[in-house]
Design a protein around this ligand. Structure first.
Ligand code: ADP
Length: 260
């Protein structure tokens, strides 16, 4: 059984990790990486030991989001890679192995090989949570990842837009197939509140994620608005979750508590 073999091969690296959470989305650009970083930061603020693994071979953005752009992989020995520590979070990314532009044009086998290396060689040590930023979509790579990593559950990120919701459903179906429970759903870019007049606009539709979560019987952990400050914090290489008193950081904190 191939699944079993893969699990046995990669499991030792995950042995001292209590919970592995796969952050997934049916399509790209919905804020999956942004969510992964903010949830990781929120869990850490709750006092947990947290790591983040960027498995997004199509566009690894964790180095930028964690302020680690241009970092080279750290090797402990020939078969062991060490994660970086950024903002107190152990961070490993496929982007440290291969520059972003190159990752985009990778063929399947090369991408899988690099991903395998990260999975089998990264020494995480002890962690309460490992948050995995999955590649978007529901193809072979995503399916294999879901089978190889002994995940506690998956967190689905979607916008309220129909197209994103249709793809999120495919994501739910994929995790059901490999028997990874869905921990919950985060609706991102759920509304835009105008900084000048205070009016709320539902740019990508209204409550789509909420309805989808309801339909599948999974918890809706947060509805995160489309907000300039989220993008700005990302570009500064940190998470908005660190801004302790902002309404949005409290939403991420609440989502992290619901997941824990
Ligand atoms: P994905 O991982 O799904 O491809 P990203 O997390 O990289 O998506 O987000 C795509 C872009 O949208 C980034 O520039 C990010 O800063 C921005 N973004 C994500 N979520 C929000 C939000 N709630 N408000 C404003 N900008 C956001």
């Amino acid at each position: 059984n191939l699944t079993l073999v893969c699990r046995i091969q990669t499991a030792p690296r995950f042995a001292a990790i209590k919970h592995i959470i796969l952050v997934a989305s049916g399509k790209g650009g919905v804020g999956k990486s942004t969510t992964a970083v903010n949830i990781a930061a929120a869990l850490q603020l709750e006092g947990a030991q947290v790591g983040i693994l960027d498995a997004d071979i199509y566009g690894p953005s964790i180095p930028m989001l964690m302020g680690l752009e241009g970092a080279q992989p750290q090797a402990k020995d020939e078969h062991t890679l060490l994660p970086f520590i950024a903002h107190g979070i152990k961070t490993q990314s496929i982007g440290f192995l291969v520059p972003n532009e190159q990752a985009m044009v990778w063929r399947g086998p090369m991408a899988s090989q690099a991903l395998n290396q990260l999975l089998s060689e990264t020494d995480w040590g002890e962690l309460d949570y490992l948050v995995v930023d999955m590649p978007p979509g529901t193809g072979d790579i995503q399916l294999t990842m879901s089978q190889k990593v002994p995940a506690s559950g998956a967190l689905i990120v979607t916008t309220p837009q129909d197209l994103a919701l249709a793809d999120a459903q495919k994501g739910i179906a994929m995790f059901e197939k490999v028997k990874v429970p869905i921990i919950g759903m985060i609706e991102n870019m759920s509304a835009f509140v105008c900084g000048h007049c205070g009016q709320t606009s539902h740019v990508f539709g209204h409550d789509g994620g909420k309805e989808l979560a309801h339909r599948y019987g999974v918890p809706l952990l947060a509805q995160i608005p489309l907000q300039l400050a989220i993008r700005e914090a990302s570009e500064e290489g940190k998470s908005i979750s660190f801004e302790k008193n902002s309404a949005i950081s409290q939403q991420y904190a609440q989502a992290a508590r619901l997941m824990a």
